[in-house]
Design a protein around this ligand. Structure first.
Ligand SMILES: [Mn+2]
Length: 488
């Protein structure tokens, strides 16, 4: 959907307002505390703001956390920073901020739906939802941070690729052939004009820069290729039948290494293969937009924006988000080396959990309107969201949302993560609403986007919560309204 020019201008004007606050506080040498969300987009946002403040020589501290809760707010009260900057979260807890820190200067650079009053003049918000722009698809947290950074100083345009990495980490490539649009497109334009990003069209399989081709084919879930997905030996045979060498001297070749002729052969063979299985729709998903970071080394994960996002995500999930921030701020030595190891460990963990879920049927149960993964103590609460994102793309019924949870013993709570597909969204599902309403009824907290959302509820309310979400999704599918409208 094209955004109205007036909305864009008002959004950009709010970014300018936020930039003035940053300039003012940093000029007075004030202490600035930044908090950002623990995912690829949040870490990218922290990197963008971190670099911006570093360039202003500001006194800063950056913390990455999974949620913005009272513990964090109490820290703010104790430390009394002159400015608090929240990136990629904050809009969902306005009431708590109003209650606990109404007199602190707070910048909220976010793209989540607003919940609570936004009238406190001490809170300066930059949020697409305030201007009728869709925060789920048209700009991410790091994108919002980028527009503020650019308003601080146009030199920060060099951070545009990081903002795109965040947007792709939040899966905002929802437009034709996996392209970015809306405000994200303005960021693409900046990055392309600065010579930092090249937009190409190619096979969209994940791992374009780093993964051996047969593994890329075998591990793809979007598009899913029956007979190849999940079957490395068949992928090897498939490539052999096309005369596509998998190695160049002793090195594995990645998709990026294919020449034009090989690429064409592979594309048309994959299309034929899908058509032979009756999967006409999937053929369209084979080719899409690729965002290449031209200043990064070829055959490294940072060269491809989607792979870059996974690197950032893994540093967060494995409790090393400062590595991710350092990479966003330009470190290409120690942090990058270390993060490669982290990424490997992260992948091992995910595989372990996927195997675990599939080992016993009671670990993933099918209810009337949703699937539920009982991760309990077996799945790390920071990785449960990733696990649901992977499993949701291969469910028997893609119109049924997936809800997964893991226990957080020390908080006596369960952390839920819900994911669904575009198909379910078109039928009326909104997981952000379902998670928020169900958790509030049961003394928890929740919210998010229509396609991906989360909630935290007390341990003894797990069964009630699951039941409520199942009912709420049922209501949404019947076209009934769930909860109040919180769009500003
Ligand atoms: Mn985000």
């Amino acid at each position: 959907m094209a955004i109205q020019q007036a909305s864009i201008e008002r959004f950009l004007a709010s970014a300018v307002e936020a930039s003035k606050v940053i300039l003012e506080v940093s000029q007075k040498d004030g202490f600035i505390h930044c908090f950002s969300h623990l995912d690829a987009d949040g870490i990218a946002a922290a990197g963008v703001i971190g670099k911006t403040l570093f360039r202003l020589d500001a006194k800063i501290r950056i913390r990455i956390t999974q949620q913005l809760d009272e513990k964090i707010v109490n820290e703010i009260v104790a430390d009394k920073p002159q400015l608090v900057i929240l990136t990629d979260f904050g809009s969902g807890v306005l009431d708590m901020l109003n209650q606990k820190i109404p007199n602190f200067k707070v910048l909220i650079l976010d793209h989540h739906q607003l919940n609570g009053s936004s009238s406190n003049p001490n809170f300066v918000m930059v949020n697409p939802h305030m201007f009728g722009i869709d925060g789920a698809s048209d700009v991410s947290g790091s994108g919002v941070a980028y527009f503020v950074a650019k308003a601080v100083n146009r030199a920060n345009i060099d951070l545009a690729p990081i903002a795109l990495v965040g947007a792709l980490g939040d899966m905002q490539d929802k437009y034709e052939q996996r392209s970015l649009s809306g405000l994200n497109e303005l960021i693409v334009d900046d990055a392309v004009a600065a010579g930092l990003i090249k937009v190409e069209k190619d096979l969209t399989f994940f791992g374009r820069e780093t993964r051996p081709i047969h593994r890329t084919l075998a591990t793809t879930t979007n598009p899913f290729i029956p007979g190849l997905s999940g079957e490395e030996d068949k992928a090897l045979a498939f490539l052999a039948s096309l005369n596509i060498p998998i190695k160049q001297e002793e090195k594995w070749r990645a998709l990026r290494d294919l020449n034009e002729d090989e690429r064409k052969r592979l594309c048309s063979a994959l299309a034929d293969h899908l058509l032979s299985k009756g999967l006409h729709m999937e053929v369209e998903n084979l080719i899409g937009y690729i965002y290449v970071l031209t200043k990064e080394e070829p055959n490294t994960a940072l060269r491809d924006a989607r792979e870059f996002a996974v690197v950032l995500n893994s540093t967060g999930r494995m409790d090393r988000p400062s590595l991710g921030i350092a990479i966003c701020m330009g470190d290409r030595k120690v942090a990058l080396e270390e993060s490669n190891k982290i990424l490997e460990d992260y992948r091992k963990n995910i595989n372990k959990y996927l195997t675990w879920v599939n080992e016993k049927p009671e670990r993933m149960r099918e209810l009337k309107n949703i699937y539920v993964i009982y991760g309990e103590d077996a799945i790390n609460e920071k990785i449960v969201g990733t696990v649901s994102s992977i499993i949701v793309s291969s469910l028997a019924n893609p119109e049924k949302p997936l809800v997964a949870f893991a226990n957080v013993e020390k908080e006596q709570a369960a952390k839920f993560s819900a994911r669904t597909t575009e198909k379910a969204i078109r039928k009326g599902v909104n997981l952000g609403d379902a998670m928020r309403v169900a958790s509030e009824v049961l003394g928890g907290k929740g919210g998010g986007h229509n396609i991906a959302a989360g909630a935290t509820v007390p341990l003894d309310k797990i069964e009630d919560f699951v039941k409520t979400v199942d009912e709420l999704v049922g209501k949404q599918l019947r076209g009934e309204k769930v909860g109040s409208d919180n769009h500003a």
